[in-house]
Every structure is written in structure tokens, then in C-alpha cells.
Design a protein around this ligand. Structure first.
Ligand code: GTP
Length: 358
């Protein structure tokens, strides 16, 4: 598959026009005009952005599993709250993880971030640094922060600026978070749609039109991730680069930052042991906005019995569980608006309370 794809990209590139692979390989990849160019990066800097719960961590896990063979990779992970949940996920993979928590690398932690990048280069001498900003980060500011780090060490080169777009929630995020949400799309060099397997064709097409309308320059990947490998994604992104022209034209337009006060964070570390069927009820109950406020995103790494741990992911009312490796303590965090933190505490950090499910 990689071989035929490569040939196809080359053809697209040499023709320098927009092509869709839809009919051919059932892949729907739109290559943009004028984005071709190679860089001899000594340390590639890849930014993988996307709104809360879009699928950044899932995509990075896939890339780590299926790509980068022989490369030394360091992941700089920025989680919004103090309770890091995703870090342990990566520990089992062959990657060094730097966590920067309790703030955003695009604003309050920009200095820490630049220091971290420079320190990572010195300490690990990696081939590639992957940066996963929080879902609330403003991509144009993350790019600026990377450029500042690059200006201080010319061994670094910006390689990939990708944004993961959740097709299930794109329309509502666009409406609710407007300019801020658009900033992640407008400034991406590659846009990778997630959750397309859970959407019908019509919805995916509408999201493609919307995204493409916002950023006609971007390459867009809308295939279900199960159907192609991390290597293929990298190939699309890295072949279709032309970053130099793109960097100089990236959009900032003095957009207002998303007011962090609009969002609240609640998290807890606890040695409580949870019961999965109860958790099912609790997470289902969170849909009740009148009681809990608006819960946009939640995650937890929880102990369910002596040796059993699970991770849950909650995104806009949908949630899933998967097995996890044992940790020191259970951790939970939620991000939302006008959240009823008292009720969250009652539910997840105290004795079970009686709740009404929707
Ligand atoms: N079905 C489906 N689920 C997905 C896909 N991508 C991500 N998910 C699920 O969406 C949830 C959130 O995914 P994450 O990868 O943690 O999202 P994230 O962007 O890192 O989230 P934040 O940590 O909030 O920034 C998890 O339950 C994933 O399993 C996808 O392409 N298809």
C-alpha cells in the first residue's frame, strides 16, 4: 500500500494540483497546491494539535507504534490540569516523555516550554520531538513558541504541524468556540479527521467542506485510521511539506485567546477503588448539564480491584473504557464550563451519592 500511495503522491505533486484518492484506494487525501519541499532537519519538531478529546494521544500512540523506526523520539506533553493522565500511557512505548502540566504552553508556560525543548535536545539528542499541546492551546501561539526555540538552536526544524479534527463534534465546537477553535484549523499544515468510522459519509463530507473552506491550503486526511498505517500518515505529511512558504503566511490575525476562565478544570488523585458498573452510571449521569454543568472532556486512570486498572475517556457525553497498567494512585480530571465541582467531588471522590441518570 505504501508503495502505491507514494507513487500517487508523487504524481499529485508533479502535477501540482488537488487530487482525491477516494475512488482509487478508498483513501480520501487531498493534497494541496504548492506545498512541496524538503528540509534536512536534524531534529524534527512535530506539533500535533486538536481540540479536547479530538484524538491527539490516540494518533501519537499509533505513530509511535507504526512509524519512526530507528528514530529517537521525545514527546513533550502538555496537559491542562495538574493531574497528568496520558503520560503513563506512553511509558511502555520506546519514547521519552516530558510532561508540562498546570497551564498552557501557548501562554502561561511558554517560557517553560522553550526551556524544555532546548533541554530535551541537550539531554537526549533526539531525531524527533513531538509536541502535544493541550486541547485548549492556540495553535498559532504554539507555532510561535516553537519558532522561538528554533531561533535559539538551529539544529531544530519545524517539520509537521497537524491538527486532529473530531468529525462528531466539529460543528458544535465551531459554533461554540468560534475563532479560537478555527485557529487550530486555519494554522495547520495537515488536518487529520478522527472518528470517521463512527460517522456517516454525509457528515464526513460536511466536515471536509467546512475544514477545507477554513484552510484550503492544508492537506486533509479523512480515512479511518485503522485502514492505514502511521507510516502512510507520515509520508503524506512529510512529502507534502513546503513549510517555508507556509510558516511565513501562517494566520494569527490577533485573534483573542480563548479566555481560560471560560473553562474550568477539576481533578483528583485518590486511593479509592472504583467499581466499573458504578462508573458507567456516574459517567452517564454527567450528561445531565443541569446537575453537573457542561462537561466537555474527562479522563481517568482508576483502580477497580487489587491488580486491575482501567482508563476512561469522556468526550461530550460519550465515554469508553480500556484496560490500563497499574499506577501509584487513581487519577481523574474533567474540563468543562460552569461545572458543579461539588457534585463531581461527591461522585468521584466520596461515598457514592444517589443520582438521577438521563
Ligand atoms: N472511534 C474513534 N475513537 C477515537 C478516535 N480517535 C480518538 N478516539 C477516542 O476519543 C477519545 C479521546 O481520544 P484522545 O486521543 O485521548 O484525545 P486527545 O485529543 O488526546 O484528548 P485531550 O487529552 O483532551 O487533549 C478516546 O476514547 C479515544 O479512544 C477515532 O478515530 N475513532
Amino acid at each position: 500500500m505504501t508503495k502505491s500511495l507514494s507513487t500517487f503522491y508523487q504524481a499529485a505533486i508533479s502535477m501540482n494540483r488537488t487530487l482525491s484518492l477516494d475512488e482509487k484506494d478508498h483513501l480520501r487525501i487531498i493534497l494541496c497546491k504548492g506545498r512541496v519541499g524538503l528540509m534536512n532537519a536534524q531534529v524534527k519538531v512535530d506539533i500535533i494539535s486538536g481540540f479536547l478529546g479530538a484524538g491527539k494521544t490516540t494518533l501519537i500512540s499509533k505513530l509511535l507504534r507504526e512509524s519512526f523506526s530507528g528514530e529517537k523520539v521525545v514527546l513533550i506533553e502538555n496537559e491542562y490540569g495538574e493531574v497528568g493522565i496520558d503520560g503513563p500511557l506512553f511509558r511502555e512505548k520506546s519514547v521519552e516523555v516530558w510532561e508540562i502540566n498546570s497551564g498552557c504552553i501557548c501562554c502561561s508556560l511558554v517560557g517553560n516550554f522553550i526551556e524544555a525543548v532546548l533541554e530535551v535536545v541537550k539531554t537526549y539528542k533526539p531525531n524527533r520531538i513531538i509536541i502535544e499541546p493541550t486541547g485548549l492551546a492556540k495553535l498559532s501561539d504554539v507555532i510561535k513558541a516553537c519558532q522561538k526555540a528554533i531561533a535559539q538552536n538551529n539544529v531544530l526544524a519545524l517539520n509537521m504541524v497537524a491538527t486532529v479534527v473530531d468529525v462528531l463534534n466539529h460543528p458544535s465546537y465551531l459554533e461554540e468556540f468560534g475563532d479560537f477553535y478555527q485557529d487550530q484549523i486555519v494554522n495547520a499544515q495537515t488536518i487529520i479527521l478522527s472518528k470517521t468510522q463512527d460517522s456517516d459519509r454525509d457528515r464526513v463530507d460536511k466536515v471536509i467542506n467546512s475544514v477545507y473552506g477554513l484552510n484550503p491550503q492544508a492537506s486533509l486526511i479523512s480515512t479511518d485510521w485503522e485502514r492505514f498505517r502511521g507510516d502512510d500518515i507520515l509520508e503524506i505529511v512529510e512529502l507534502n511539506r513546503g513549510l517555508f512558504s507556509w510558516i511565513s503566511s501562517f494566520q494569527n490575525n490577533n485573534l483573542k485567546k480563548l479566555n481560560p476562565k471560560l473553562f474550568e478544570f477539576w481533578g483528583v488523585e485518590t486511593d479509592k477503588i472504583y467499581n466499573q458498573s458504578q462508573l458507567n452510571i456516574y459517567l452517564g449521569a454527567l450528561r445531565n448539564e443541569e446537575v453537573f454543568g457542561k462537561i466537555i472532556r474527562g479522563k481517568g486512570l482508576l483502580q477497580t480491584s487489587l491488580n486491575q486498572w482501567i482508563q476512561f475517556d469522556y468526550v461530550q457525553g460519550n465515554y469508553s473504557f480500556r484496560e490500563a497498567r497499574p499506577e501509584r494512585v487513581s487519577r481523574i480530571c474533567f474540563i468543562g464550563q460552569k461545572m458543579n465541582q461539588h457534585m463531581l467531588k461527591e461522585l468521584f471522590d466520596s461515598q457514592p451519592v444517589k443520582i438521577k441518570t438521563l
